[in-house]
Design a protein around this ligand. Structure first.
Ligand code: SF4
Ligand code: SF4
Ligand code: FES
Length: 272
């Protein structure tokens, strides 16, 4: 089965009557708890060919642990809701097949970069606050716009983000160093890239990227790119071009001198 078919079986109902077909069972260790603490609990369930981790978790919720908290919506890798950590790696549960873990234990836990609510559900609302702080699309043109095909192609990749926040979860600046107040994170560098590359956008976000969004903290480890389920080249296509623009604006010696002179003149005027 190809990568594109991975989620197709996720639509299978999780009722026991639908889960015939193999004699095998599988075990999942799922984190149960809340902000006050918790531990993994082992569940054993029937295995169905092609099942994904979300199928297994929903089976457990339906048959063995009705109070198991899990967030999901589309079961088709489109909504970004079912983000979790599977054996320590941020993944979409609906896109991760159980048979990837043949012969291995399976551990399912919540994202680590955001506050835990319960079991597999975290509070990702911080991300929406960051989003609100980004200067929105700004243009003097009146819609409908004429866009050229090459512009549409360039804008397509950053626009395909499903806001799963897996990249935010894996980024050590948030996950390990907890720089949330001063770092926007890879998802929002992708958003900034879309805005900055839009040919009709007239705003300048470079100052915010440097001072407020903390793009300088990113040391290009590419971990975010590796976990993106829709294949956005976050580091190469979003972060590096934005870093280059910021460097060109703030660390180019000629521009630095011009800013100094302008600042001094303004100071002289204010003093006079
Ligand atoms: S490349 Fe930058 S944004 Fe991506 S995970 Fe590494 S430090 Fe974070
Ligand atoms: S850039 Fe990729 S990993 Fe990050 S939120 Fe968007 S879809 Fe998810
Ligand atoms: S349920 Fe929508 S992405 Fe997994």
């Amino acid at each position: 089965m190809s990568e594109g078919d991975v989620t197709s079986r996720a639509h299978a109902p999780v009722g026991e009557e639908e889960l015939g077909g193999t004699d095998r069972t599988i075990k999942l260790n799922i984190f149960r708890g809340d902000a006050g603490g918790g531990e993994e609990v082992e569940y054993e369930i029937p295995y169905v060919e092609g099942m994904v981790v979300l199928d297994a978790v929903l089976y457990i919720q339906a048959h063995q642990a009705n109070d198991l908290a899990v967030r999901w919506n589309c079961k088709a890798a489109h909504c970004g809701s079912c983000s979790a950590e599977i054996n320590g790696m941020p993944k979409l549960m609906c896109k991760t097949r159980i048979d990837e873990y043949e012969g291995k234990e399976i551990h399912v836990g919540p994202l680590q970069a955001f506050p835990l609510i319960k079991d597999l559900v975290t509070d990702v609302s911080w991300n929406y606050e960051v989003s609100k702080g980004i200067t929105p699309f700004t243009t003097s043109e009146k819609a409908p716009f004429t866009l050229y095909e090459e512009d549409v192609e360039r804008l397509y990749e950053p626009k395909s983000c499903i806001e799963c926040f897996l990249c935010q979860d894996v980024c050590h600046v948030l996950r390990t160093h907890h720089k949330h107040p001063e770092y926007a994170g890879p998802r929002f560098f992708v958003r900034n890239q879309w805005l900055e590359m839009h040919p009709l956008d007239e705003a300048n976000r470079l100052h915010d990227l440097k001072e407020k969004d903390g793009i300088g903290y990113c040391n290009i480890t590419k971990c975010c790119t590796e976990v993106c389920p829709v294949g956005i080249h976050i580091t190469d296509n979003s972060i590096i071009p934005l870093k280059e623009r910021v460097a060109g604006e703030y660390y180019d010696p000629a521009k630095w001198l011009m800013r100094k002179i302008r600042g001094r003149r303004n100071g002289d005027r204010a003093a006079g």
